[in-house]
Design a protein. Sequence first.
Length: 78
Amino acid sequence: MPDESESILRQRITTYMRGAGGSRDNWFCTWWFRFHIEPFTTKQVRRELELMKRDGLVESDHSRSNNTLWRLAKYKPD
């Protein structure tokens, strides 16, 4: 079971990625969150993004060396 700080971090990442009114459909670098989601470290954010990817909540793009990009996964109805 995730602890409270992990669920807060996940919520803050998701809220930030959605943007105002859920209008964002952008890719974000892992390090970008360091400037927008405090007091969490890049390492904590990266770990949470990996867990979110495993859960199908985000997609990642590893095509750039040492600069993973992330975005919210598109909803795919069954």
